[in-house]
Each structure stands twice: as C-alpha cells, then as structure tokens.
Write a protein that binds this ligand. Structure first.
Ligand SMILES: [Zn+2]
Length: 231
C-alpha cells in the first residue's frame, strides 16, 4: 500500500541513554533519567531465545506532549484528549534569529506567521537549536530563546491547539510572574505543548500535516510521541 503523501520527515529527538538528559528541578521525590536495561538475554536458560529490555524514563523524556494536567491540578489527562489534536495542519514559525537566548515577542510571531496561522493550527517554533542537542546542559538551556508573555497570549488568541519547540521550552522572560509561566499559561488554555522536536529545517513546506500520537496511557499528564511531518 502506498501512503497518499510525499515524504515523512522525522522531527523526533533520539531517545538515546548515552545522550539524553534532563535537569531535576526542586520538588522531585525520585529522579528517573532515561536509561535502558536488559531484563532477559537471548541466551537466558528457558528464555525462549528472546531479548527483553525495559526503560526508566519520565513521561517528559524526548519528544513528548504535555496534557493540561501537567500544569493544572485536575486538568485534562492524555487519555482524555481527542486524537485529532495530534494529527493535523501545522506551520513553522522561523525564529532562528532569536538564537541565542533572545526574546520571542508577539511582533516576531506576527512577522513570521501572522498572515498564515489559522485557528486550530499546530505551530512549531523553529530555531534549529536541537539539531545540535548536547544532552540538555545548562549551556543548551541558556542558549534557548523564550516566549514573552505577549507572545504566549498571541498564540492563545490565534486559537492554536499545539505549540511545539525545538529548544528548551521552560525559559521565561525576566520577571515573569511564575516559574514556567508560559507553558503553564498555555496549559491553562487547553493548549498542548510538544517539546524536544528537531529537524524542523527539513520540512521545507509552509503547511504540512503533523502526526505525533501519544501512547494510550491512562491517568497521565504527558506521553512520549514519535513526531513526524507529512509533506
Ligand atoms: Zn513535558
């Protein structure tokens, strides 16, 4: 069977135990960095010649989606979200000139996608920063731009349903009222955040179909996804 599409562009970050890392902010009772281990070896006695591995990971490791509950107590969880959110029209906001560490303002968004964005769109914020992802160091975080409060409100007012990032999404403008203010505000408006994307330079189309389905996890605030652009 041939898919009725041109190309599949993989925009997911590799989940490689050797190179993926996450910082551990205050409040964690237990850390869970991405790690993989063998539970059964091919040559295990009575093991039927199979290998079985398991992973330790936060649901926020690698390319993933955050349901509103991540930032809102009692908010919608992954299994309560319609799958249509994760398959559909998407555009890219080219913000490469905001590297390193600059503010993304509402006028930047107006300039790059103001005439193209439609209600119900998925907007992927492109800097190409994750194409040289270094394992999540402080340097990687500090070089990531940040959305101003005005830019976050701009996205909410335009009615976008998913905001994707190819840079660290947790930075806020200096003096923001809360930690993680921008992603919290998006969650409060029911908008899904999709961090740890890459390869947005390979899409090369103004409008394309994003497919990034979460696992069918029951009772969770986030899920890994394999994010692809159909172009
Ligand atoms: Zn997350």
């Amino acid at each position: 069977m041939t898919l009725p599409i041109g190309d599949i562009v993989d925009i997911s970050l590799e989940l490689d135990p050797k190179s993926f890392g996450m910082r551990t902010p205050a409040g964690f009772t237990k850390d869970m960095q991405f790690a993989m281990e063998v539970l059964k070896e091919h040559d295990a006695p009575g093991g039927a010649g199979q290998i079985v591995r398991g992973v330790h990971m936060r649901l926020h490791a690698g390319s993933h989606v955050d349901a509103p509950e991540h930032n809102v107590r009692g908010g919608t969880q992954i299994h309560q979200l319609p799958l249509g959110l994760f398959i559909g029209d998407a555009i890219i906001a080219d913000l490469r000139d905001k590297m390193p560490g600059k503010a993304v303002t509402e006028s930047d968004l107006t300039r790059t996608i103001g005439t193209r964005v439609k209600r119900g769109d998925r907007v992927l914020l492109r800097t190409d920063h994750n194409n040289a992802y270094d394992g999540g160091t402080d340097r990687w975080m500090k070089a990531s731009p940040y959305l101003t409060i005005g830019a976050t409100n701009w996205l909410i007012e335009r009615g976008v349903v998913v905001v994707g990032y190819d840079f660290y999404h947790g930075n806020d403008e200096p003096g923001a009222p809360r930690v993680f203010h921008n992603s919290r505000t998006l969650s409060e408006h029911g908008i899904i955040t999709m961090p740890y994307l890459k390869n947005l330079d390979r899409i090369g189309k103004e409008r394309f179909t994003l497919v990034a389905l979460p696992l069918n996890l029951i009772g969770a605030e986030a899920s890994p996804v394999r994010a692809v652009a159909l172009v």
